[in-house]
Design a protein around this ligand. Structure first.
Ligand code: FAD
Ligand code: 2HG
Ligand code: ZN
Length: 476
């Protein structure tokens, strides 16, 4: 059967409107849709399609399935594993969900909200706050990432410690399956044991099993008080002891526990020179902590201060600063979010998004630093991340004088050292960013044949033609 590109595009235009089928031959700039955030992955497309309703998504997916065209679902394109852009194989289209951005229902008494997949995360946080509720997912890309992308990557971020990751925040889902059927699982129930929990299959599947078009999400009481603190510690052992102590004293009020290494802090100061000095002394590691509750700010600050002073007295913290204004709080969290940007400005890095049992992190890092230095003299590990969840961004920047391209060529060797050691401790090579194209081949080394086979069977059952985001997570 011959494939007529122009006829296909004309059909797509008739389904979702001429202006919503973007193509290069009409002089439209597709670069922001076909290249990933890191600039590592890029592929050709027939078109970028921008449907506005579930029915339009369904019509496009049906057209694609009937004509052998692969569909790459895309949200804000902030993913870090090359999962949201086309690969170089076969005919592909990017299905950009940004126009599917409607609020379907806000049920304040049920503490739920139903939004379409293209809803921007930050706008959802704002919507919830305006109704006196909290939507707790919070991450550096929240100004542009979309709920569909957050679901498809099972995003984590800063408050997993208290509220869990995206998987834990979902009650219902609407999905267009690879054959164009609509799977309506949009239920706003906290208890529902009527068979397999199908929605969980799509969460974290990186667009390989279907297109998420809407979701019902949990809301929480909006805290009336927040307290943030920045502390220096001399070792990761001490950092883990601080976590234990703070959770014991603050309980569920403790919402975030982030780690920043001294080299990571220096990098932020270099590229964001306005970052103030927060502590008197330099320390090896820093902790950024947050607590929140429904009481008054002074009481929460007192509780946080008492807990931190106890840590100081025990000698597990060397210095600490408690934010005393909204502006100071912003300085602390900007510092944390700027690590990624500082690394990007510094010439890129080899990223690792690993998860380990928290208790094993100190030994892991202490063993890994000399091993990396031995293998790559002068190497610059930039370690930070969500220590409270056992999730480290163990990013590795090039030794000074080694250019970025030459360093990227060492990716496999660097990965092997870090990932072998991670998996030896029954850790994971992706805590929150996913697999995409970046870790697709590595997955084969670290998962059992049985686990891979079950994933392939699920993929085949839902997408027998292999047209839904091919080449991501799985090789076929
Ligand atoms: P995209 O990048 O567009 O897509 C990601 C994946 O989801 C792709 O596989 C895509 O095909 C699929 N997808 C998108 N929409 C749909 C849909 N509607 N249906 C089916 N599949 C879909 N991640 C974290 O977990 N924690 C962090 O703290 C964090 N911080 C970040 C900070 C920065 C500065 C940046 C750039 C990224 C960060 N990320 C983080 C990674 C990224 O923001 C998240 O993975 C986010 O969830 C991706 O959302 P997105 O809308 O940009 O998705
Ligand atoms: C973060 O926690 C993000 O800041 C990005 O997950 C991590 O850039 C990274 O490697
Ligand atoms: Zn992260």
């Amino acid at each position: 059967m011959t494939f007529e590109v122009q006829a296909w595009l004309a059909e797509a235009r008739s389904l979702i409107g001429d202006a919503n089928v973007l193509t290069e031959d009409r002089g439209e700039d597709l670069s922001s849709f076909v290249k990933d955030w890191r600039g590592k992955f890029q592929g050709p497309v027939l078109a970028v399609l921008r449907p506005a309703t579930t029915a339009e998504v369904q019509a496009i997916v049906r057209l694609a399935a009937g004509t052998g065209v692969a569909v790459v679902p895309q949200g804000g394109n902030t993913g870090l594993c090359g999962a949201s852009v086309p690969t170089n194989t076969g005919r592909q289209v990017v299905l950009q969900l940004g126009r599917m951005n409607k609020l379907r229902e806000l049920d304040v008494r049920n503490n739920t909200v139903t939004v379409e997949a293209g809803y921007i995360l930050q706008q959802l946080q704002e919507l919830a706050a305006s109704a006196g509720r909290l939507f707790p997912l919070s991450l550096g890309a929240e100004g542009s990432c979309q709920i569909g992308g957050n679901l498809a990557t099972n995003a984590g971020g800063m408050q997993v410690l208290r509220y869990g990751n995206m998987r834990d925040l979902v009650l219902g889902l609407e999905v267009v399956l690879p054959n164009g059927e609509v799977l309506d699982l949009l239920r706003a129930l906290r208890k529902d044991n009527t068979g397999y929990d199908l929605k969980q299959l799509f969460i974290g599947s990186e667009g390989t099993l279907g297109v998420i078009t809407a979701a019902t999400l949990k809301l929480f009481p909006l805290p009336t008080a927040e307290a943030s603190a920045f502390a220096g510690v001399n070792s990761l052992e001490d950092a883990v002891s601080v976590l234990e102590a703070m959770r014991a004293s603050m309980g569920d009020r403790f919402t975030a526990f982030e780690l920043i290494s001294h080299p990571a802090l220096l990098l932020v100061r270099r590229y964001f020179p306005e970052t103030p000095r927060l502590l008197e002394e330099d320390c090896s590691w820093y902790l950024l902590m947050k607590a929140a509750d429904g009481g008054d700010e002074a009481a929460l600050n007192d509780a946080m201060q008492t807990a931190l002073m106890a840590c100081l007295e025990q000698g597990i913290i060397c210095d600490v600063a408690l934010a005393s204004s909204v502006a100071q709080t912003k300085v602390l969290w900007d510092l944390r979010e700027n690590v990624t940007h500082a690394q990007q400005m510094d010439g890129g890095n080899i990223k690792h998004d690993i998860a380990l049992p928290i208790s094993r992190i100190p030994t892991f890092v202490e063993g890994m630093l000399p091993e990396l230095e031995k293998a790559f003299p002068g190497v610059r590990p930039i370690i930070y991340g969500h220590l409270g969840d056992g999730n480290l961004h163990f990013n590795v920047s090039a030794p000074n004088g080694v250019d970025s391209k030459a360093w990227q060529a060492r990716t496999e060797a660097v990965n092997k050292i870090i990932h072998d050691a991670t998996v030896a401790l029954r850790g994971s090579i992706s805590a929150e960013h996913g697999v995409g194209q970046l870790k697709r081949e590595e997955l084969l080394q670290y998962k059992t044949a049985v686990e891979m086979e079950v994933m392939h069977r699920i993929k085949k059952a839902l997408d027998p033609q292999g047209l839904m985001n091919p080449g991501k997570v799985l090789s076929t």
